[in-house]
Design a protein around this ligand. Structure first.
Ligand code: ATP
Ligand code: MG
Length: 307
């Protein structure tokens, strides 16, 4: 059985194009003869199905968590994209909006066992643990910015929380370590850490083995960047600025996958519930999607990225 390459799509800010990217990149990968699994991990306001031609999903993750079905593979359904399937989130089921970590872990562990080439995970908006736990669980994560400075702030908070959640989960029950990680989440505290490097330097003195584990976890991650809704050449400076901030404070080397121009046809395709790349795309937008997808394919390298 093959191990899938799993890639999450997030960014903190709502409406930056997470679902647009997930559905269109998936459609292009499927055109390249890869099998694709789409997962809508937005547990409060799932709507990826609407980008993939599925009007009303028959099942969603709630059916799985409640035990109505036994396997994650029992709730997959076909999409309008050939050679692909979808596992839908839950649109308005409040009981799912705050699942226990064990429930998320059950979903995460079983996603990693699905037999498919690529799994693309569409994350919800925001930086809460319900979103960042999924981001931290998979070693390939794409961050999407919409070209506005506000998206930098949201994406930074998202990535930082993702790192803190990820390293916290490496050491369940270790309150001592957790309290140090929290000093990084709140650097304004008197003994707070301003950067990941600072935190790791401190930890290395007191917990060398655990610090090694954290460094390995960080090293195994690949974080990518896409700039969406580009109107002017200068918009690219937002991506550059974000990359520099993330390097300085989080010690993460972001890999830039490319940009998508602002293109009204994206909305049209969404209304038609079809990814733009399979519904008569304008040339320039298609070129953008192809460049992003090719870069993503090369940089994830087709290898297993299961942690
Ligand atoms: N490059 C683009 N040009 C024009 N419109 C776009 C572009 N990308 C996305 N949009 C539009 O912006 C809106 C938000 O996109 P999308 O739903 O993909 O964002 P999202 O990040 O998934 O949102 P949410 O946080 O609500 O899940 C949609 O109406 C979509 O059609
Ligand atoms: Mg979305």
């Amino acid at each position: 059985m093959r191990k899938p390459v799993i890639i999450s799509f997030g960014g903190g800010k709502g409406g930056v194009g997470k679902s647009t990217m997930t559905s269109n990149i998936g459609a292009l990968l499927a055109q390249n003869k890869h099998s694709i699994g789409f997962i809508d991990a937005d547990l409060g306001g799932a709507n990826l199905h609407l980008c993939l031609g599925v009007k009303r999903p028959r099942y969603n993750l709630q059916d799985y968590l409640s035990g109505r079905v036994n396997n994650l593979s029992d709730i997959i359904e076909k999409t309008i994209v050939e050679n692909s399937w979808l596992i839908s989130g839950a649109s308005d089921i409040l009981e799912l909006a705050n699942p226990y970590f064990s429930q998320k872990q059950k979903i995460i562990n079983n996603i990693k066992k699905l037999d498919v080439d690529y799994i693309l995970v569409d994350l919800g908006a925001g930086s809460s643990s319900n979103v960042t736990d999924f981001f931290a669980a998979f070693s390939n994560g794409v961050i999407i910015l919409d070209g506005l400075p506000t998206s930098i702030e949201n994406a930074y908070g998202f990535l930082k929380n993702g790192i803190i959640r990820g390293i916290t989960r490496l050491f369940p029950g270790r309150k001592d370590l957790k309290s140090h990680f929290q000093k990084f989440s709140d650097p304004h505290k008197e003994d707070g850490f301003a950067t990941v490097t600072e935190m790791l330097g401190f930890l290395n003195h007191h917990y060398p083995e655990e610090t090694h584990t954290i460094r390995e976890w960080l090293r195994n991650r690949k974080t990518f960047l896409i700039l969406n809704m580009v109107k002017y050449k200068e918009d690219i400076s937002v991506a550059k600025k974000f990359t520099a901030i993330v390097k300085k404070y989080l010690n993460v080397n972001l890999q830039f996958l490319g940009y998508l121009i602002n293109e009204p046809e994206v909305r049209r395709s969404m209304r038609e519930m079809k990814p733009l790349v399979i519904s008569n795309p304008p040339k320039k937008a298609l070129e953008c999607f192809i460049a992003i997808t090719e870069n993503l394919k090369t940089l994830t390298n087709g290898q297993s990225n299961v942690l």
